[in-house]
Design a protein around this ligand. Structure first.
Ligand SMILES: Cc1cc2nc3c(=O)[nH]c(=O)nc-3n(C[C@H](O)[C@H](O)[C@H](O)COP(=O)(O)OP(=O)(O)OC[C@H]3O[C@@H](n4cnc5c(N)ncnc54)[C@H](O)[C@@H]3O)c2cc1C
Ligand code: FES
Ligand code: FES
Length: 1367
């Protein structure tokens, strides 16, 4: 190296106040890898590994010894390289508090607001909130009231807006965060365990766990401050990590032999680019650019702001927002602020805090990254300063982007954003106005999603001297991210507009030009949508200046913003970009009715384990420390739907780094079987043998020394396929039917037809014949991906820790695969980080592969499946094609429904044969008159589909709604009245659900239906929606109410309750804690059951109960945790155990009470021990035939607003009423209802689980698969849990809640359809057509492109034509 410096330092940093010093480390090690594998701080979870979920968020703190200041910011530890945090302090949620020393109020409030279900997202959420609290303290706001922080409600919500949660639906998390805000109205906070009904605001505030701002955790330990020196740079020779401190040094480094020896070098700033480009190369050396002053400074001069390349996006936002009155013209400040506002929608806070401006632009330059920064900076005419070897150049950003990819040694030094005054063309024109706006259309409004298109427009306009209009003096129009190589300037449009007086005709011509310019490259998804977005944005920008009559002078005097606001208040114009950030959840109301009857059952107690989930002490499978010699595995999967597998090799090396073995079906021991999973309908092989039969099928299991090595290795696997003598694969349901490739459905799972279809059809006044619907798949997106750890035990035994919903069957499959008796296998499951059906059948091969590898290699083997492989192999929800014919009367009463349903089950039966039954259950929620159907379960060359929350049921219910909508639309009737007229009477309900009819009083749907109309003010709001739609052209609203009827099955479940000598109680149940609150309800039931012994102290039994992990040898016949009813059946099993124990204890209690007058619980138990009373009881709850099956009822009203220009749907309000019987725990049930509903919103509106033409999943992670975030849930979210009295055959009168609320999210889809209908009516009227032809099927999911397409991709053009024609 040319420049010698004292850099013999080790890597030193602190984690939660503990000092760490490393003398060497692989420079590609991420902070997450280090924390999880080399420290006890396992709260930092890996979920996506690409910066998209927030499960791994940590607080990084950096000390500036000169200013004596600590800078605190969040970062995603999965992308942060360990060497880049030399001298930093890291805080994880463990650092805030714990069960031994006391929890932090953040932990306590997350638990108390019921904001943690599976808990896998919770540590990241807590850290995000903590960071916001710490930084709020640095602000200059006035002092908040004691117990609160300086944080505002909106900041509190935004703090977690980039974190994903798949369980809760976010409302409860938002409330936990908002509870710290200085400006919170406590009345706006939702259900929590701190308050009692009727308490005053003051009492409520005092009951929140106290937050002491003045005693907050120190984020940067004193000892580390003392170590911070200016020369604290790593020894590059040992770490292969260089920290040049000047451009000169960097240059000589890039030219030196040290880096020119053929080794792979990477320049890094924040390393977040790795989240998008998952480079497979192993870099030998890294050069950290952040220590070079020229790259890390921000300079302001009258000509603009120069931002160093390593400046983070967060810092750039701060700089651009900085107000310095005299420095720039106010219009320049306006431009800077709008750029900053746009940047706030890039990724999420924890990415922006480390992602650099330079890194972003280099990704755009070299790899066509769809950058926002490039587009907005191109629009304002920014310049970049680059250096290649000794040559430095200052060029326009546009030219920089247009050049061929720059060499890896070209350095971007800075980017200069010019001030308006420095580039202003018409200096003499004093009345010239500067207009600037930026735009982006993305699935999530607040960011954390790449845009379909972004744009930024800058224009100088002035009043026309000779007419009323406005002249565009000149403009700069930039578009990007639409499937183009880089951001572009639309020069043809600019040139056309320059000098023109704005008019409808001019704008119309301009839209045509835009359409010719913004043309996505081949292969880009939704190309027409993206082009139409460009037109919409242009229209939005210029149209306020047209036809504005007397307001023109105001425009110029008072400025564009004011003008646009005036337009907005006219309600005739859309605003796409001028709004402040869209507000998040505005509020939520929860109505629950408590029941004391079975105390403490029925109490909304805090979820068991919520606090330790928040503090990161809760263990998931991947948190179990690795045993000695442990290996790590992952799968090689097929990319072909049907092919011979001739061989598998690695290239270029025969064995990639760290790989120990590759396991295939050939490794199955003698006596064992190639079995990976089973269900009651059949089995699936663990590995394909000679023939692979679907893309995503497991071919082999690679085992390596680390998970990283195993994950990397599969990218080097080359599978030799051969298609000889093979028929083409079956990739569609139609083809499956043609080739009779069907799974048999046992008669007991095939539902019965109702009534006489010919008669029903004959009675009809109208018919719709052979209408079609197609429904796609959905991925589980559990935050914890599939995980297992297999440890060989003595005597040919195997202990397997599995993140499974069905340990019992996993156990059986492992034994069969290994060819050992079942008593040789033990499967242990403590808690699961989200499952939603995806960890029942699909968890089995994961655990089995580990067990097989462990068996063969005689070493422990574990797996934590990376998100991409998980998504490719998971299968997910069943896609299907539905053809229906329906007959109906002129009043909307349906007389007959005929259905043909083709279900794509994929390769193996899995649970697919139950789908006909599941689809029909909720579909029968309406009285169809007669119902006939033909349902085929198709075997195809797709990965086998499995149960996902409300499997079949969500589709069945949706089909019903689609039919109703179609009927209403055909009759031009109000849909709600068609729904009402077709709701069941009690008699028709019994006809359709012949088995186990409810008592008349138990059929609560009619009353819920009416009550919801009242509580949600449905009718008044419907009128308001109409009014809104009359008054608004570019936004339309829709409101929709839908009912659900959902059938449940209760399955046999075991339980075991044991009382220990100190009176504490330990409970085992067959059910698994998946986040659904099963343990909590079980605890309550144990306390209730044992309290009937009636001795002193039984009121406090709840605190004495611990539910322990499931162990498949300790409690057999555990069964499935699925179908929503496992909580209640586990509770019932526990109640039976308690009854046995109470019976055993009763004589003793009576005797002792007679002797002593009263007896305490502990004393009773101590005496029972002395007398050898058996204090452990087991039971196996088997529901009798009459109580096995039951139904629940519910309804939801949703109101949405659709933006016609972008296709964006905002859920304004949702109101739900759900009949929970007598809820076992209303807080838990509320969480299930909200969480399921939001997962349903994902299914109906956002989530596209796409495959390529071979059936290989191509939605591989958070970049392409968008689950709901805080900014996509209903802005107002009201849930009422109806207590529907006594249900004799139910477990303490309770009913389940896990799945049906997901189905209620169809209300959002239906409301969207209603809004689109209005848009289409308007469009037809612009086109001068008849409005009756407006019938359409709205696809699921109704994503932005889909919605926009139905609203009219050419709506702007039609509008302009209409206006021009009228003139
Ligand atoms: C989850 C997520 C979501 C995102 N969403 C968006 C979005 O919506 N819109 C958007 O615009 N961006 C988005 N991004 C991209 C993000 O802005 C970039 O990843 C980030 O700015 C890159 O900066 P970095 O410092 O991390 O670069 P690094 O990852 O360190 O580097 C990126 C590349 O640039 C090279 N490089 C870095 N600095 C220089 C330099 N000065 N000179 C020469 N080469 C250099 C590196 O060698 C590397 O090849 C997202 C990123 C993530 C992870
Ligand atoms: S695991 Fe790091 S952001 Fe998802
Ligand atoms: S609690 Fe958030 S992912 Fe499960």
């Amino acid at each position: 190296m040319a420049v010698e410096r004292e850099t013999r330092n080790n890597l030193v940093f602190a984690v939660n106040g503990e000092r760490f010093e490393l003398s060497t480390v692989d420079p590609s090690t991420t902070l997450l890898e280090f924390l999880r594998s080399r420290t006890r701080f396992k709260s930092v979870k890996l979920s996506c590994g690409e910066g998209g979920c927030g499960a791994c968020v940590v607080l990084l703190s950096k000390y500036d010894p000169v200013l004596d200041q600590v800078e605190d910011f969040t970062a995603s530890s999965c992308l942060t390289l360990l060497c880049s945090i030399n001298g930093y302090s890291i805080t994880t949620t463990e650092g805030l508090g714990n069960s031994k020393d006391g929890f932090h109020p953040i932990h306590q409030r997350f638990a108390g607001f019921h904001a943690s279900q599976c808990g896998f997202c919770t540590p990241g959420m807590c850290v995000s909130l903590f960071a916001a609290l710490v930084n709020a303290e640095k602000a200059t706001q006035s002092e908040p009231s004691p117990g609160f922080s300086k944080l505002t409600v909106s900041e509190a919500e935004k703090a977690i807006s980039g974190n994903l949660c798949r369980c809760t639906g976010y409302r409860s998390i938002a409330d936990a965060c908002k509870s710290f805000a200085a400006d919170v109205d406590v009345e706006d906070l939702g259900l929590n365990s701190f308050w009692r009904k009727g308490e005053s605001k003051e009492v409520k505030m005092s009951r929140l766990p106290f937050y002491n701002r003045n005693k907050e955790i120190c984020t940067f330990p004193e000892f580390l401050k003392k170590e911070i020196r200016s020369s604290m740079l790593l020894d590059s020779k040992r770490f292969y990590w260089y920290n040049p401190v000047s451009v000169k040094e960097l240059q000589s480094l890039l030219e030196s032999n040290e880096t020119n020896d053929g080794s792979l070098i990477k320049l890094v700033a924040g390393n977040t680019g790795m989240g998008y480009y998952k480079e497979l190369e192993h870099y030998d050396r890294y050069i950290d650019l952040r220590y070079i002053p020229e790259l890390s400074s921000i300079r302001r001069d009258p000509k603009g702001i120069e931002i160093g390349a390593t400046i983070t996006i967060s810092k750039a936002i701060e700089a651009l927002k900085e107000e310095n009155k005299s420095e720039f013209h106010p219009k320049s400040e306006m431009v800077f602020k709008k750029i900053a506002n746009h940047m706030e929608k890039i990724a999420s806070g924890f990415i922006r805090n480390t992602a650099s401006i330079g890194g972003n632009l280099m990704m755009a330059q070299r790899k066509n990254f769809p950058s926002d920064i490039a587009t907005i900076l191109v629009a304002v005419g920014s310049m970049v300063y680059i250096m290649t070897g000794p040559t430095c150049e200052r060029i326009m950003l546009e030219e920089f982007l247009e050049r061929p990819p720059l060499s890896s040694k070209t350095l971007l030094l800075n980017v200069k954003i010019p001030s308006w005054e420095s580039i202003k063309n018409i200096s003499s024109e004093t009345d010239t106005m500067l207009l600037f706006e930026t735009y982006r259309a993305a699935p999530r409004p607040l960011g954390n999603a790449l845009p379909y298109l972004n744009a930024a427009f800058l224009a100088e306009v002035s009043p026309c001297k000779t007419s009323d209009g406005i002249i565009v003096n000149n403009c700069q129009l930039a578009f990007g991210a639409y499937g183009t190589k880089h951001a572009i300037r639309a020069r043809q449009v600019e040139e056309f507009l320059a000098g023109k007086i704005l008019s409808l005709d001019v704008l119309y011509e301009a839209t045509k030009l835009v359409k010719a310019v913004v043309v996505p490259e081949d292969g880009t998804s939704s190309p027409a949508y993206r082009s139409s977005l460009a037109i919409g944005f242009l229209f939005d920008f210029f149209s306020p200046l047209i036809d504005n009559g007397g307001k023109i002078s105001n425009v110029l005097l008072e400025g564009y913003i004011k003008n646009v606001n005036a337009y907005k208040s006219n309600q005739n114009h859309v605003q796409l970009a001028h709004d402040n950030l869209p507000s998040l959840l505005s509020s939520g109301k929860q109505v629950i009715e408590l029941s004391e009857e079975y105390h403490p059952v029925g109490e909304p107690i805090t979820k068991s384990g919520a606090a330790i989930q928040a503090s990161g002490e809760a263990f998931y499978v991947d948190d179990i420390p690795s045993p000695e010699n442990c290996l790590h595995g992952t799968f090689i999967y097929s990319t072909k739907p049907l092919a011979w597998v001739k061989g598998i090799q690695f290239q270029p090396k025969p064995l990639p780094d760290g790989v120990a073995s590759i396991i295939t079906f050939k490794d199955i021991p003698k006596g064992g079987e190639n079995i990976g999973s089973k269900s009651i309908f059949g089995t699936e092989p663990l590995f394909a043998e000679e023939l692979t039969q679907c893309a995503g099928q497991r071919l082999a299991f690679v085992v390596a020394d680390t998970q990283k090595h195993a994950d990397k290795a599969i990218n080097f696997a080359v599978v030799d396929y051969d298609l000889e003598n093979l028929e083409p694969p079956i990739l569609s349901v139609e083809e499956a039917v043609k080739r009779s490739s069907l799974f048999e459905v046992p008669p007991m799972f095939y539902p019965k037809q109702v009534g006489d279809i010919s008669k029903g059809m004959a009675e009809a006044d109208h018919k719709i014949l052979s209408a079609e619907i197609k429904l796609g798949s959905q991925y589980y997106f559990y935050m914890e991906s599939q995980a297992a750890l297999a440890i060989p035990d003595e005597d040919n035994c195997m202990v397997v820790y599995s993140s499974s919903q069905v340990p019992e069957w996993t156990h059986a499959v492992i034994a069969k695969c290994l060819g050992v008796p079942e008593h040789n296998v033990r499967v242990i499951t403590r808690r699961v980080g989200g499952a939603f059906g995806g960890k029942s059948i699909k968890a089995m091969p994961v655990a089995t592969a580990c067990a097989l590898a462990a068996h063969k290699l005689r070493r422990p083997v574990r797996i934590y499946l990376d998100r991409k492989t998980d998504m490719i192999m998971a299968g997910g929800r069943h896609p299907m094609k539905i053809t229906y014919s329906v007959g109906f009367k002129s009043n909307g009463k349906i007389t007959a429904l005929q259905l043909d349903i083709l279900i794509n089950a994929g390769l193996s039966p899995d649970i697919s044969p139950i789908m006909p039954h599941n689809i029909l259950g909720p579909l029968k929620k309406y009285d169809w008159g007669a119902l006939s159907f033909d349902i085929k379960v198709c075997k195809t060359n797709h990965s086998s589909k499995s149960a996902m929350r409300a499997p079949g049921e969500v589709q069945g219910s949706f089909i019903a709604e689609a039919v109703i909508e179609h009927v209403a639309s055909t009759l031009s009737m109000d849909v709600d009245s068609v729904r009402s007229i077709n709701l069941h009477t009690y008699d028709s309900l019994n006809l359709f659900y012949e088995s186990n009819a409810d008592e008349p009083l138990e059929y609560t749907l009619p009353s819920i239906w009416d009550k919801l109309a009242m509580s949600s003010s449905l009718h008044q709001r419907t009128e308001k929606v109409k009014e809104f739609n009359r008054d608004n052209k570019w936004r339309k609203r829709g409101i929709s109410r839908i009912p659900i009827v959902h059938e449940f099955f209760v399955r046999p479940t075991p339980g075991k309750v044991s009382i220990l000598s100190d009176g504490s109680i330990v409970v085992e149940v067959g059910g698994i804690e998946l986040g659904q609150g099963l343990w909590t309800k079980v605890k309550q039931m144990a306390a209730f059951g044992l309290s009937s012994i009636q001795c002193d102290g039984v009121g406090d039994l709840l605190d004495k109960v611990r539910v322990i992990q499931s162990d498949s040898l300790s409690l057999i016949q555990g069964g499935f945790t699925a179908g929503s009813t496992t909580s209640e059946s586990s509770c019932e099993a526990v109640r039976l155990c308690c009854n046995i124990l109470v019976e055993r204890l009763r004589p003793l209690r009576e005797r002792l009470q007679d002797q002593m007058g009263s007896i305490k619980w502990e004393m009773l138990i101590a005496q029972a021990y002395m007398l050898s009373v058996n204090l452990s009881a087991s039971s196996f709850f088997v529901p009798d035939l009459t109580s096995m099956q039951y139904r629940i009822y519910g309804a939801a009203v949703s109101e949405v607003e659709v933006n016609i220009l972008t296709g964006e749907t905002t859920i304004l309000q949702t109101d739900i009423i759900y009949d929970c019987g007598q809820s076992l725990n209303p807080a838990v049930d509320l969480g299930q209802i909200e969480g399921a509903f939001v997962q349903g919103v994902g299914f109906f509106m956002l989530e596209e689980y796409l495959t390529n033409s071979d059936g290989l999943v191509v939605a591989e992670g958070t970049w392409t698969y968008k689950i709901p975030t805080l900014d996509t849930i209903p802005k107002q979210f009201n849930v009422e849990i109806q207590k529907s009295g006594h249900h004799q055959k139910r477990v303490l009168s309770s009913k389940a809640s896990g799945e049906p609320p997901l189905i209620l999210a169809a209300s959002v889809h239906c409301a969207t359809r209603a809004a689109i209908k209005e848009a289409r009516k308007q469009l037809l009227s612009w086109s001068g057509k008849d409005e009756c032809s407006s019938t359409f099927q709205l696809e699921v999911p109704a994503t932005m492109p889909v919605v926009k397409e139905h609203c009219g991709l050419e709506s702007v053009e039609r509008y302009l034509e209409w206006r021009m024609g009228r003139k």
